[in-house]
Design a protein around this ligand. Structure first.
Ligand SMILES: Cc1cc2nc3c(=O)[nH]c(=O)nc-3n(C[C@H](O)[C@H](O)[C@H](O)COP(=O)(O)OP(=O)(O)OC[C@H]3O[C@@H](n4cnc5c(N)ncnc54)[C@H](O)[C@@H]3O)c2cc1C
Length: 371
C-alpha cells in the first residue's frame, strides 16, 4: 500500500512548487529533503512571466509580488553606447528576488497547504519503479527505510544521484563559460537590467529588492577573485563603480547545459535541474522547472490515461528545455570577449534586432515567451 500519492525527492524550487500545486488539488504529497530545510545559496533571482503564472497556480503570486522588485526593462550597451533599450510591457514584467527568499516563501506556502508534507534530513539513495508505483529507499540519521508512492518525482538538482542510479543518459549541450558574480547590498536605486557588452567580456547587472544589485562578469578563464579585484574589473570594463561590497564574497560559477535522455521511467519522473540544466545566463532554469512542474501536476492528476499524460509531459518539457538552451547559448555568445571586427558586426546586429517586430521577439525570448 502506498504511503502517499506522490513522493518528491528534493525540496528545491522545483520540488516545492510541484508539492504546492498538487496539495492544492488534494493530492497527498511527501517531500524528502536531505538538507535541514534552509537554502542560503545565492543562485536564481529572475522570475519571468511564465514563472509568475506557475506561482499563481500555487496560490502564492501576491506574496512574491509584495517582496520582489519589478524590472521596467533592460538596457544593452557597448563601450558606453546604447545598443538597445527594451521595456517590459505591463503584465510581462520580470521580477527579481534572491532564491533564498523564493525558497522560504514556497516552504511557507506548502506548510499552509500540507503542514506535514516536508521531511528534512532524509536522504534518498535509490528509487525503484515497480509496476504502477515506485519505492524510494531512504536514510535518516542511522535508520534506513522506504517510502512507497503512486509516483516518485526526482527533483534532486543538477548533480542528481538518483538520475545516475537510474542510468539515465545526461547529454551535454552547447554553451559553456565561466562567470563570477557578486551581490552588493547598497546600490543606487535603478529598476533596469543592464548588459554591458565589452571587449573583455560581458558585465551584467540586475537590481534586487532593498537597494541590492547583482553583478556578473564573464571570465576568460576560471579565476578566484576578491571583492576588490571584482570591483576593479567592472570599473575597467564599464566605468561603473559597484560601490561598497561589504562582506560579500564573489562566487565563481561555470555555466553549462545538459538534458536527460528521458524524463519518465515507469512511475519515476525527473523534474527541474535533474531533468535539464540551463545556463544561468538568461536566468531561466528555475522558471523552466516551475513551468514543467505545473505541466507535471496536470499529468499526475490525470485520471484516464496517466501514461499518455506523462509521455506528453516528457516530450513538451524536453522541447522547452532545448529552446531555453538555444536562447541561453545565444546570450552567452553575445557576451563573449570579442575582437574589434566581430564586435562591430555584433553591435550593428543587436541595434537592428532590437527594433520593431524583431525587438518584440527578442523581448519575448528574454521573458521566456512560448515556453
Ligand atoms: C549562479 C546561478 C544563477 C541562477 N539564476 C537563475 C535565475 O535568475 N532564474 C532562474 O530561473 N534560474 C536561475 N538559476 C538556476 C536555478 O538556480 C536552478 O534551476 C534551480 O535551483 C533548480 O531547482 P531544483 O529544485 O531543480 O534543484 P535544486 O535547487 O538544486 O534543489 C535540489 C534539492 O534536492 C536536494 N537533494 C539532492 N539530493 C538529494 C537526495 N539524494 N535525497 C534528498 N534530497 C536531495 C538538495 O538538498 C536540494 O534541496 C541560477 C543558477 C545559478 C547557479
Amino acid at each position: 500500500m502506498a504511503d502517499c500519492d506522490v513522493a518528491i525527492v528534493g525540496a528545491g524550487p522545483a520540488g516545492l512548487l510541484l508539492a504546492c500545486v498538487l496539495a492544492q488539488h488534494g493530492t497527498s504529497v511527501r517531500v524528502l529533503e536531505r538538507g535541514q530545510g534552509r537554502d542560503d545559496r545565492s543562485r536564481a533571482i529572475g522570475i519571468h512571466p511564465p514563472g509568475l503564472a506557475a506561482l499563481r497556480a500555487a496560490g502564492i503570486e501576491d506574496a512574491f509580488r509584495a517582496e520582489a522588485l519589478t524590472l521596467s526593462g533592460g538596457t544593452v550597451t557597448s563601450r558606453g553606447l546604447v545598443l538597445a533599450e527594451l521595456d517590459f510591457a505591463a503584465g510581462s514584467e520580470v521580477l527579481t528576488l534572491p532564491q533564498a527568499r523564493t525558497h522560504a516563501l514556497l516552504q511557507g506556502r506548502l506548510a499552509e497547504l500540507a503542514p506535514d508534507a516536508v521531511r528534512t534530513g532524509v536522504t534518498v539513495h535509490e528509487v525503484i519503479p515497480e509496476g504502477g508505483a515506485a519505492r524510494a529507499l531512504v536514510a535518516r540519521d542511522d535508520r534506513e527505510g522506504e517510502i512507497c508512492a503512486r509516483v516518485v518525482v526526482v527533483a534532486d538538482g543538477v548533480h542528481s544521484g538518483i538520475r545516475d542510479r537510474l542510468r539515465v543518459p545526461w547529454h551535454r549541450k552547447p554553451g559553456r563559460a565561466d562567470y563570477t558574480m557578486l551581490d552588493v547590498v547598497d546600490a543606487p536605486p535603478d529598476d533596469r537590467a543592464r548588459l554591458h557588452l565589452e571587449p573583455d567580456g560581458v558585465v551584467e547587472s540586475f537590481p534586487l529588492p532593498g537597494r541590492g544589485r547583482r553583478w556578473v562578469i564573464r571570465e576568460r578563464a576560471p579565476a578566484q577573485r576578491t571583492a576588490a579585484s571584482f570591483a576593479r574589473t567592472v570599473l575597467a570594463r564599464t566605468g561603473f563603480d559597484i560601490g561598497d561590497t561589504g562582506d560579500a564574497e564573489p562566487q565563481l560559477f561555470r555555466a553549462g547545459q545538459h538534458s536527460a535522455g528521458r524524463l519518465v521511467h515507469g512511475a519515476v519522473v525527473l523534474l527541474g535541474d535533474a531533468a535539464h540544466e540551463i545556463s544561468p545566463i538568461g536566468g531561466q532554469g528555475m522558471n523552466l522547472a516551475w513551468i514543467a512542474a505545473c505541466r507535471l501536476a496536470v499529468a499526475l492528476t490525470e485520471r484516464s490515461d496517466r501514461d499518455a499524460a506523462l509521455s506528453a509531459y516528457e516530450r513538451v518539457s524536453l522541447r522547452a528545455a532545448a529552446v531555453a538552451q538555444r536562447r541561453a547559448r545565444f546570450n552567452m555568445a553575445m557576451g563573449a570577449p570579442m575582437a574589434r571586427v566581430p564586435r562591430s558586426s555584433r553591435d550593428a546586429a543587436i541595434r537592428l534586432l532590437a527594433r520593431g517586430a524583431s525587438g518584440r521577439r527578442m523581448l519575448g525570448a528574454m521573458t521566456m515567451s512560448g515556453l
